[in-house]
Write a protein of this length. Structure first.
Length: 117
């Protein structure tokens, strides 16, 4: 059965002080996920853990993101994390610290029969 895209969720997260890419990425994914309650799996007779989530994070310094920490945010199902260059880094006036902004997209898919139910 093919995986079918069911939902696209988007969010933004920041690390106001410290410029930690992982902290901003985790907050971005939480922002994307915590504003709703997905019932699509149950509505289609699937267990919630059947959801497959493709997470894409846009953040400055993508190589510094702990992908396992981001993946641990998912409350159900399994997934993958891709981190790309994006977001914003805003240095403070002294140049000693920065605010980091990350963006997250979570694409939720379910393995459904060709007929869609």
């Amino acid at each position: 059965m093919p995986l079918k895209r069911m939902v696209l969720e988007i969010g933004m997260g920041t690390d106001i002080r410290g410029g930690e890419p992982t902290k901003a990425a985790v907050r971005a994914l939480r922002d994307a996920l915590w504003h709703n309650s997905l019932t699509v799996a149950n509505a289609l007779g699937q267990p919630v853990d059947a959801m497959q989530v493709e997470v894409i994070i846009g953040v400055p310094k993508p190589d510094e993101v702990d992908r396992d920490a981001v993946l641990a945010v998912l409350p159900h199902g399994g997934g993958t994390v891709q981190v790309v260059e994006g977001g914003l880094e805003i240095p403070n006036e002294a140049g000693t610290d920065a605010t980091l902004i990350a963006n997250a997209a979570a694409v939720v898919r379910l393995d459904l029969p060709s007929g869609g139910s």
